[in-house]
Design a protein around this ligand. Structure first.
Ligand SMILES: Nc1ncnc2c1ncn2[C@@H]1O[C@H](COP(=O)(O)OP(=O)(O)OP(=O)(O)O)[C@@H](O)[C@H]1O
Length: 249
């Protein structure tokens, strides 16, 4: 991967064990700002565990460092945004996109009077993910792709230094996938974030990321997406055409 130019998140000799099982072994990687890094690997490879470790949810040995500009260090601790694979909720809920944002963005309880500026802020946040039209829609009526872009917009409140996307478009149709990745590319250029993406769709890796990591407890390959893809095939970490490991080429 390229030299660190500005800020980055660095994992140095990170290992995770749980109940006597080794889940991650000696992970050494830099996630750079202005770059999208894809993490690929078979089921049970430890991809989500790596995210949970970065989010501070898993005890680990080794070091995780967030290198930031000096002035940013004075302003805040690193902010990490997270987009999950799915949001499980009752599809008949009357909650709208605006209600969801209000609950997340308003510091006071939402039954108290809302900040008058809140609606404008939500409109701006939704415009960034091309969902201006969805502010008053019930979340249960949104398509899979729209809902994932709502979650992406929420993960940007406030702007993170590191954005983690955990298989964000699995089950989303082709157009929805395209729109999601276009939006992520635009955000990368606009906010210079480090973005890390877990994906099983390694057939188009070079179209969606700048760097890739092949993970199976250890890092098996790392670098430009095409090379990592070839290495995944060579090491038979995936089945051509999908199948065994739930991954597609
Ligand atoms: N809290 C935990 N305690 C014990 N084992 C765990 C825990 N969390 C995850 N594991 C195990 O660690 C392994 C890696 O899980 P993880 O969810 O990180 O894999 P993954 O690469 O994200 O898989 P998938 O592609 O199927 O989502 C699995 O064998 C899982 O059962």
């Amino acid at each position: 991967m390229s030299e660190c130019k500005f800020c980055c998140t660095e994992m140095k000799g990170v290992s995770v064990s749980k109940e006597g099982n080794s889940l991650l072994q000696d992970i050494n990687v830099h996630f750079h700002c202005n770059e999208i890094t894809a993490i690929v690997g078979p089921n049970g490879a430890g991809k989500t565990t790596l995210f949970r470790t970065l989010l501070g949810e898993m005890p680990y040995t080794g070091e995780i460092k967030h290198h930031m500009h000096e002035y940013e260090k004075r302003m805040h601790n690193p902010i990490i945004g997270y987009v999950p694979q799915h949001l499980n909720f009752d599809k008949t809920t009357p909650i709208t996109t605006f209600d969801l944002f209000s609950a997340c963005m308003q510091k006071r309880p939402i039954w108290t009077r809302m900040r008058t500026s809140l609606r404008k802020e939500v409109e701006k946040a939704l415009a960034e993910v091309k969902l201006d039209y969805a502010i008053d829609r019930k979340i249960g009526m949104l398509s899979g792709g729209e809902l994932q872009r709502v979650l992406l917009a929420l993960a940007l409140q406030p702007k993170p230094d590191l954005l983690l996307l955990d298989e964000p478009i699995s089950g989303v149709d082709v157009n929805g996938q395209k729109l999601f990745y276009e939006t992520v590319q635009e955000l990368k250029h606009k906010y210079h974030m480090a973005i890390v993406l877990i994906t099983h769709e390694i057939g188009q890796l070079e179209l969606i990321c700048d760097n890739a990591i092949l993970l199976n407890k250890k890092i098996l390959a790392m670098g430009d997406p095409l090379t990592v893809r070839q290495e995944a095939v060579r090491q038979k970490q995936f089945q051509v055409g999908g199948g065994l490991n739930g991954s597609t080429l």
